[in-house]
Design a binder for this molecule. Structure first.
Ligand SMILES: C[S@@+](CC[C@H](N)C(=O)[O-])C[C@H]1O[C@@H](n2cnc3c(N)ncnc32)[C@H](O)[C@@H]1O
Length: 289
């Protein structure tokens, strides 16, 4: 069972499309992106899965909602010919650039023109080239429900070459927060001389085929001289049931080829921590000329 403050549900949930969701709030996107990396770089349990899929789908990879490029190294290790990372947040793309510059293998691939980053919206992304593998990892939950998710799935489908696969990776039914959580401390860390305290509050709203979560975070960064920078942020997250996701995929012109309940390929069921679907184009893709 996933505990109330277990990172299981929090994995992939902590950063949304920062430019949109922080509207009007006195927050620093760059600092939030830094905190995001601090939390998410610890997630490594899915890396072997993405390395394996890059090997299974030889060719080019498009990482839709790539964040700070956490998955680039496994794609390369799996033999990706070229990687395009797309994200809607300039601050996350900046973190991705820093990751590429700071890693020897990624830096060499970038110098050879094998890694590219671009700003874009996964709901409407268009590219002239086609991909063997497209990935939406932890991204659909940041969209505002089924219509936007259908748009993102259709856009991803249009990017696939005829043998291409789209992997959609979300929290599964067993990984979702089981109840509301009052404001309380998630973690405290000291990084680069700064003491960081992260608190959050979570409210759930269920309907028959999805869970909506409002997730308010309050991050305090205490400098060595005692001054505190407080970063408030609000994320609205949406988690479709597996059945709802598969219906949306069909409506977007995609067939579901395989499903998994974990990155170790456990079967997907009502207790699964992850909901992972491998989708392929059906014959007719809506919006494709
Ligand atoms: C939880 S992170 C996942 C990052 C990465 N896929 C990973 O697994 O580490 C979600 C990412 O999706 C991006 N995102 C959310 N909505 C988006 C949109 N409409 N268009 C482009 N990127 C979006 C966010 O900026 C964020 O970087």
């Amino acid at each position: 069972m996933v505990g109330a403050r277990d990172p299981g549900w929090r994995a992939f949930a902590g950063a949304g499309r920062l430019t949109d969701i922080l509207a009007g709030q006195p927050a620093d996107e760059r600092l939030l992106a830094e905190i995001y990396d601090l939390e998410h770089d610890e997630i490594v349990e899915d890396l072997h899965f993405y390395r394996e899929w890059a090997a299974r789908q030889p060719g080019d990879v498009i990482d839709l909602g790539c964040g700070s490029g956490r998955l680039f190294a496994p794609f390369l290790a799996g033999g990706a010919r070229r990687i395009l990372g797309i994200d809607g947040s300039p601050a996350m793309l900046e973190r991705a650039e820093q990751r590429v510059a700071g890693d020897e293998g990624l830096r060499a691939a970038h110098a050879e023109g094998r890694i590219e980053l671009a700003a874009g919206d996964v709901r409407s992304v268009e590219r002239p080239e086609r991909y063997a593998l497209a990935v939406l990892a932890g991204v659909l939950s940041h969209l505002d429900g089924p219509a936007e998710a259908r748009d993102a799935l259709a856009a991803a489908g249009r990017l696939l070459d005829p043998g291409g696969a789209l992997i959609v990776d979300l929290l599964g039914p067993g990984g979702l927060p089981p109840g509301d959580l009052p404001m309380s401390v998630d973690w405290t860390r000291t990084v680069g001389g700064r003491r960081i305290v992260r608190r959050s509050l979570l409210e759930r709203q269920t309907d028959s085929d999805a869970l909506r979560v409002t997730y308010d975070t309050l991050t305090d960064l205490q400098e060595a001289d005692g001054t505190i920078t407080r970063l408030p942020a609000r994320f609205r997250l949406w988690y479709p049931s597996p059945t709802a996701l598969f219906t949306l995929a069909n409506e977007a012109g995609l067939g579901v080829d395989a499903t998994y309940g974990s990155h170790d390929l456990d079967p997907l069921d009502g207790g699964s921590d992850r909901c992972i679907a491998v989708m392929r184009r059906s014959t007719a893709i809506p919006g494709r000329g």
